[in-house]
Design a protein. Structure first.
Length: 318
């Protein structure tokens, strides 16, 4: 495994791409919807954000006069940039990234550049940090990643932020960093181009399922001192467990940490629109097939890290 010291602090690694997003480059070439057509920014197709967003699209379009244009993106940090410029009406992001953006802190993209128009709608489910390796690498703990080649997630993504936080907290400093999507990371592992990859998303993640069905993998626990250090360094991390049998060949529960997935919007979206979309989703959670055991009104404010949009507040406080 490579031993060249190539680690970049997460404050630096997420800067350039995310600043470009805040400048309005993140949302693609079609902006937010007008009238009843709304733009919803999700994540990569191999994660959880994109298929879940399409389930939300069906629910909203079946129960309101609005239509949703769901777009694939680099997820959390990029999506904040789209919301900041009004190129998206709604987006899925992580609760830690939402906090950074709203408070102008945490990563270079937001340092002293608070996204004042960002507003919360609801939290959804734990986004589990999954650290994957091939069964033949001998990597059994976070500390074993010293000298490894690691995919930390898309450049500027919430996954990369979390991966670098965990590595730094665990004292892992000597590694070669690769940045790519979940699907690309799975292919890199399959081909032996990397030793390990971080994936952040609600289990089961499609890209991991596909890899586990064709290759012998291991999921490296984030537990003990490594978990304690991560939680001490970043208060938004919570204990989490990947149940036994979630992925083929993994017949034991894996201890790890998680953040929260959430729906965000911006203050330029009118109150009635946010109320209608929020109501449609949370009054029809029985129509969901993705994370149905987590998404409900009772937990929709758990871990909410920013102020609610008035339209969301009107629904949840009614």
């Amino acid at each position: 495994m490579p031993t060249e010291h190539t680690r970049r602090r997460f404050l630096q690694a997420t800067g350039a791409t995310s600043i470009a997003a805040l400048a309005g480059c993140a949302g693609g070439d079609d902006g937010a919807g007008d009238g009843t057509r709304l733009s919803w920014h999700a994540g990569g197709q191999s994660g959880t954000y994109y298929p879940l967003s399409n389930e939300f699209k069906t629910i909203v379009e079946d129960n309101t006069d609005y239509s949703l244009n769901v777009q694939t993106t680099g997820a959390s940090v990029e999506n904040v940039g789209s919301l900041a410029k009004g190129n998206a009406d709604f987006a899925l992001i992580q609760n830690d990234i939402a906090y950074f953006a709203k408070n102008g802190t945490g990563i270079d993209a937001f340092q002293d550049r608070a996204v004042d128009n960002l507003a919360g709608v609801a939290t959804l489910y734990p986004e589990t940090i999954t650290l994957i390796t091939r069964a033949d690498t001998g990597i059994e703990t976070v500390a074993d990643l010293d000298g490894a080649t690691i995919n930390t997630g898309d450049l500027g993504s919430g996954t990369q932020v979390n991966a670098l936080q965990i590595l730094e907290a665990a004292g892992v400093t000597d590694y070669e960093e690769q940045t790519a999507s979940f699907a690309q990371a799975a292919e890199q592992l399959r081909n032996g181009d990397i030793d390990a990859a971080f994936v952040v998303g609600g289990w089961p993640v499609g890209a991991i399922e596909e890899l586990a069905n064709t290759n012998d993998i291991e999921i490296v626990p984030i537990e003990g001192e490594a978990r304690d250090a991560a939680k001490e360094a970043a208060s938004w991390f919570a204990d989490d467990t990947i149940p036994s049998g979630t992925y083929s060949g993994i017949d034991r529960s894996i201890e790890t940490v998680s953040v929260q997935a959430m729906i965000a919007t911006h203050d330029g979206v009118d109150e009635a629109t946010v109320t209608a979309v929020t109501s449609a989703i949370f009054e029809h959670t029985g129509d969901l097939t993705i994370k149905p055991d987590f998404i409900d009104t009772a937990s929709a404010q758990d871990g909410m890290s920013i102020d609610l949009h008035p339209g969301a507040a009107a629904y949840f406080e009614s």
